[in-house]
Design a protein around this ligand. Sequence first.
Ligand code: IMP
Length: 196
Amino acid sequence: MPTIVFATGNENKVKEANALLRGAFGIVGLRDIGCHETLPETSPTLEGNALEKARYVYRNYQADCFSEDTGLETEALGGAPGVYSARYAGPANDAEANMDLLLANLRGEENRNARFRTVIALILGGEEYTFEGIVNGKIIHVKKGEGGFGYDPIFMPEGYNRTFAQMSVEEKNAISHRGQAIAKLKAFLLERIGKG
Ligand code: IMP
């Protein structure tokens, strides 16, 4: 089975991608190729950051690779926190502080519409491709649930009356932004293998 590098230092994401892409490609993380640097993420867009990380790995390690960038976009705040989701309340990527700030900024706001958006950038044989996954939902007023991570306790996906933090990992992955983007990546890779 061909191997492809997932340009992330997050071992949990490598494991998750391996489970979701089983049968298509073997996935290794940055540590597996001896890359311990922090990848550049200087773009004001998710697409730009995903491409920047993938290009960095392709250029420096000459390996087929993909990377992803995710943001939570709210309608009332013009798409914020968006590409700055991790650093919304400061550089520490503190999930509680990020949620508290978002709830404060939405206080009194009736429009609670939001979406998670993931962009995956793939570089295969020197060609660049992007895949997008979106899940629409609402930001609720108080945190609910113990599971998940990040903004999960305040995000209720459309058609559900539970937050992502109240769902099992499998249930969330089946509908999530990242799950959808990875499914598109998988379909593309499987078609590529089929074509030899
Ligand atoms: P990253 O691009 O996966 O590093 O995510 C950027 C920011 O969005 C981080 O603050 C994460 O906590 C948040 N985030 C990404 N994916 C999810 C998710 O599935 N649920 C909740 N928060 C997420």
